[in-house]
Design a protein around this ligand. Structure first.
Ligand code: GLN
Ligand code: ZN
Length: 764
């Protein structure tokens, strides 16, 4: 028979229960015992959901109080000494690595956290020493959770991050020079011991994740697969059977690295269905194939017909006993359940499937193949109906949008003149001093702002009253900027809850949820809006506030928009049209907004694209170039509709552009502000090497911390920048928006920033 498998289930719970429990524990309002009890309750609830759905292979050890990679770090005895020798108990040591610890005389910052592949989830990086040793903890989490499930009557398949991925995703600790992959030999005995314990506890199979196989790997990492999996093969009798698991990309380029003698191989056929044929032909004679056909990264109902066809292709070649149908990746990246969405329009709700619903889907697909379609006829018919309904709905298709897209001309991507001519026209209008000062957009989102916004959303205050409140906030922001002596003002974004949601709510083609949270890192969750159909702008979105801001300001006021690529990346995108099409639609809507802002007298318009880099495909090459091509086009389409004398800014929350500088240059933005204060100024060298002609504002101080930078520090920073950038090119601004800061520190930091700018102005 064909089995069904889930690769991992979201752990935060239906109501962000885990977030609430961990945050209460951190605040000292929940005991450790109660936190662990809550975690156990959630694990059991999630196993039960999958069991009731009829899933054959249910994962365990997919749970984590903070992050699954962090759990491995601790269980493998790879905790850096600064956390292990300060007298913290196990749980606090774990959280100290995840989020830092500043209490009871202990003061340690967290370990580095970075994005998990190209998802919006962040993992804690294994941080390793030159003399690193590993040892398995006495009660490994994987074993404990396997046993816990078993005692509850559920036989699970434990999930482990494989040894090659664990090391490849790690790094040398500060001041250390070890290459993590060189530690393989030391690490393998720990895996053997852990796998042996799992077998003793009763586990028949283990899901061993090696997602790094989808990357272009350095030779050393490639060479590590063979010894690692030969080692496991040599103790095969003592350990569970291994399901070698890859996701988020195709593995065709690394197919020779897949161990031949593992029990099963899992591939992501949602992202890369075309790899099936090649994978099938290279599969070992006894290996089972786990086909990922239910999307672990998005919220759309699975197209049963298509999924069954893919699985059948594998069955024809391998037979039913050698095929597992599975989610493409862990369901960690999807919300808990659609059942919580009481406010969704039923027409649209019918198109979605969250984690709990996906568990049902995968079981159904397996049944359809094992017992034949007749066994699930009703479900198949209902599914086909939903697919047709979505494909033909007025809400997905907007002929006017398509018409407009078909008419985009080459000239729609270009400003009227080149930069030198533009900047002189802009300068005439704006009259800015050397080293102009500005901020990135948002000012502190105070409690009062949240209170008023909540009241307005709940209908407790009328629109006019809310608008009045926003205007008062803008008045205050302008006054503060007058006092500070900044050069280009912002209105402060008090009306915006979130930089993507705010626009999504004003565009046709978007849907919103009330409970569809997904974990971003630790206890932090995000609730991305969903792009359901062709996107258009029924009315101006930001003009009212910006126009008001201009009217009360004596200095140039920046209009502030979120760019098309960022709107796309921070939403759940459609899966029925290419992302480039969605970006183009967003770009057209934003283009109209940009032009309307210009008409309303806004001479400087900033279009933020912080998500541009994270959308980069995981492998260099054709796919990456194709992405950059449409991403750049979308940005240009949205911004070039203005006169030469209107200044276009863009903003990025990083300064590592080396890999794709040509794309950044191709944006043709007049001014770029970038996060830079914590980076090496050397990174600015790329602007010199490539003779970048336009203006740049590398952030002069960190906005993530309440710490106030001194004037001298900022001057030093600017001095460094001037080694790379010309004085007439340089803008002075903070790293990013200030919405998470308090006013007190914001003002103090900006006073120092403006003084530093004045110092250089006098000097040059
Ligand atoms: N304009 C936005 C702000 O200041 C930019 C935020 C971002 O780059 N993430 O909040
Ligand atoms: Zn930023």
């Amino acid at each position: 028979m064909v089995q069904s498998a889930v690769l991992g289930f979201p752990r935060i719970g239906a109501n962000r229960d885990l977030k609430k429990a961990t945050e209460a524990y951190w605040a000292g309002n929940l005991s450790q015992t109660d936190l662990l009890a809550e975690a156990k309750r959630l694990r059991l609830a999630h196993w039960k959901i999958q069991k009731d759905a009829g899933v054959d292979v249910i994962p365990s050890n997919d749970f984590a109080l903070y992050d699954q990679v962090l759990s491995h770090i601790q269980d493998f005895g790879a905790v850096p000494e600064r956390y292990s020798n300060v007298g913290l108990d196990r749980i606090d040591e774990y959280f100290a690595m995840g989020r830092g610890h500043q209490k009871g005389g202990v003061d340690v910052p967290s370990l580095e956290m970075v994005k998990w592949f190209d998802s919006n989830y962040h993992y804690v990086k294994p941080t390793l020493q030159d003399n690193q040793t590993f040892s398995l903890t006495s009660n490994p989490k994987a074993v404990a959770e396997y046993v816990e499930a078993k005692e509850a009557g559920i036989n699970t398949r434990p999930v482990l991050l494989g040894p090659v991925s664990f090391l490849h995703l790690g790094k040398a600790d500060r001041g250390q020079s070890v290459e993590p992959i060189d530690l393989l030999e030391k690490l393998l005995p720990v895996y053997v011991e852990l796998l042996t314990k799992l077998k003793e506890a009763g586990a028949e199979t283990v899901q061993i994740d090696e997602p790094v196989l989808v990357f272009d790997l350095p030779a050393k990492t490639k060479a590590a697969f063979k010894p690692a999996y030969e080692k496991f093969a040599s103790v095969a009798a003592k350990i569970p059977q291994l399901v070698f698991t890859t996701y988020f990309g195709d593995i065709v380029h690394n197919l020779d690295l897949v161990p031949k003698d593992v029990y099963a191989l899992h591939v992501d056929l949602v992202r890369n269905p075309e790899q099936l044929e090649t994978v099938l032909s290279a599969l070992g004679p006894k290996t089972t194939l786990s086909v990922g056909v239910v999307d672990g990264r998005n919220i759309w109902k699975t197209n049963f017909k298509r999924a069954i066809e893919v699985a059948e292709t594998a069955v024809q070649k391998l037979g039913k006993d050698r095929v597992i149908v599975a989610t493409s990746s862990s369901l960690l990246h999807t919300p808990h359940t659609l059942a919580s969405e009481k406010k969704l329009d039923p027409e649209i709700a019918d198109w979605f499937s969250f984690a709990s619903e996906k568990a049902v889907e995968i079981a159904l697909i397996a049944k359809a193949i094992t017992e034949g379609p007749a066994s699930v006829r009703e479900a198949l018919e209902a599914n086909a109906k939903s697919m047709t309904a979505r494909a033909t709905s007025k809400r997905t298709n907007n002929p006017q949008v398509k018409e407009r897209q078909s008419k985009i001309a080459a000239s729609d991507y270009n400003r009227k003149s080149e930069f030198p001519s533009r900047i002189s026209q802009q300068q005439k209008k704006l009259n800015l001093p050397l080293f102009p000062t500005t901020t990135i957009g948002s000012f502190p989102q105070t409690k009062e702002i949240r209170v008023q916004r909540n009241k307005f959303t709940k209908g407790e205050i009328a629109e006019a009253q809310y608008d009045k409140f926003i205007e008062q906030e803008i008045d205050m922001n302008v006054k503060i900027q007058d006092e500070l002596g900044l050069d280009v003002y912002v209105h402060g974004e008090p009306e915006r809850n979130d930089m993507v949601q705010y626009f999504g709510e004003r565009l046709d083609g978007y849907a919103f949820t009330t409970h569809a949270w997904v974990q971003s890192y630790g206890s932090r969750c995000v609730r991305p809006p969903i792009i359901v159909g062709d996107i258009s702008r029924p009315a101006p979105m930001t003009v009212k506030e910006s126009k008001y801001a201009v009217s009360v300001s004596s200095k140039p006021m920046k209009g502030m928009l979120t760019g098309p690529v960022t709107c796309l990346r921070w939403s759940f995108p459609r899966d029925d049209v290419h992302q480039s099409v969605q970006a183009e639609q967003l770009a057209l809507a934003l283009r109209d907004e940009v032009v309307d802002l210009e008409k309303a007298g806004i001479d400087v318009i900033q279009v933020d694209e912080p998500a541009l880099r994270e959308g980069l495909p995981l492998r260099a090459g054709k796919e990456r170039e194709a992405y950059l091509d449409w991403a750049v086009k979308a940005f240009r389409l949205s911004t070039v509709g203005v006169e030469d004398s209107t200044q276009i800014h863009s903003h990025f929350c990083y300064s590592e552009f080396q890999d794709f500088f040509h794309a950044i240059a191709a944006l043709d933005a007049d001014v770029l502000s970038i996060e830079n204060s914590k980076s090496d100024s050397k990174l600015l060298g790329v602007f010199v090497d490539e003779a970048y002609p336009r203006h740049i504002g590398p952030g002069v101080y960190d906005i993530h911390s309440p710490r106030i930078p001194s004037e001298q520090e900022i001057k030093d920073r600017i001095e460094e920048m001037l080694q790379y950038l010309k004085p007439e090119q340089l803008w002075i601004n903070p790293d990013c928006g200030l919405k998470t800061r308090q006013w007190k520190e914001t003002k103090a930091a900006l006073v120092n920033m403006v003084n530093a700018a004045k110092f250089f102005r006098a000097k040059y």
